[in-house]
Design a binder for this molecule. Structure first.
Ligand SMILES: C[S@@+](CC[C@H](N)C(=O)[O-])C[C@H]1O[C@@H](n2cnc3c(N)ncnc32)[C@H](O)[C@@H]1O
Length: 219
């Protein structure tokens, strides 16, 4: 685990990149000059995955991260804490409204790059991002073709041994079949391209959500 991420009892905390800043009303614990922000699993699916037994959290100090579906920046603010000043996270979202709030957060966090764009079009993202490549791709977009978007972006932007964390919101993919069946179908798509390390059921915090953890280059 990164020295900027720690577990205290059942709760996870990230070491604040910006002291005194609350992003979504989270609890802050102070230790001398260091502040730790509680990572709320009911507000962030990455925290929900950690609290639900994700075995290896691949985001570390200095990581380059591509985050698809950054929304207002709740989760990405914790990613920004974990990667620290040596890391970078590109936050992509299609919603101008979410991006407006997110852009305010970015003003105080130099390791975040915001990008208003459609994650479904990696070639357009590539035009914006030049030769950027990532150690970790995180995706949390509520679209029908979640696995397809994930696979094409991880292929395009992932480094040789990159990791991917894909949040599946089953109801957005297909509400006419069971969430478990949706997961099975999405998993089959992902397995064609990457090795799956773990599937985490997020149901304790977000109903009908799962997280798939994959790694590139070991197929
Ligand atoms: C569930 S929210 C993400 C929450 C965020 N990951 C967090 O934990 O703070 C899903 C986001 O995906 C965005 N989104 C949906 N389709 C998208 C697309 N094709 N490209 C980029 N963003 C998209 C939505 O605008 C929304 O902000």
């Amino acid at each position: 685990m990164s020295s900027f991420l720690r577990k205290d009892g059942k709760n996870y905390f990230t070491r604040s990149f910006v002291n005194g800043q609350r992003v979504y009303g989270e609890r802050i614990v102070t230790e001398g000059k260091i502040e730790w922000r509680e990572w709320n699993p009911y507000r962030s699916k990455l925290a929900a995955a950690l609290c639900s037994g994700l075995l290896d959290f691949p985001i570390r100090e200095g990581s380059a991260v591509l985050y698809l579906g950054s929304a207002e920046g709740t989760s990405i603010s914790h990613v920004s804490d974990v990667i620290g000043e040596k890391g970078v996270v590109v936050g992509v979202d299609i919603s101008p409204k979410a991006m407006a709030t997110f852009s305010k957060l970015v003003e105080s966090r130099s390791n975040i790059i915001p990008l208003l764009a459609d994650a479904n079009q990696p070639s357009l993202l590539r035009n914006e991002l030049g030769d950027f490549s990532c150690d970790v791709l995180v995706q949390d977009v509520s679209q029908r073709n979640q696995a397809d978007i994930f696979v094409k972006n991880l292929r395009e932007f992932g480094k040789k041994n990159a990791h991917g964390l894909l949040v599946i919101k089953a109801r957005s993919v297909d509400s006419s079949i069971s969430p478990k069946k949706v997961l099975e179908n999405e998993l089959a798509l992902v397995k064609r391209s990457f090795s799956v390390l773990q599937v985490v059921d997020l149901n304790a915090f977000e109903s009908d959500h799962f997280l798939i953890h994959v790694v590139v280059g070991e197929k």
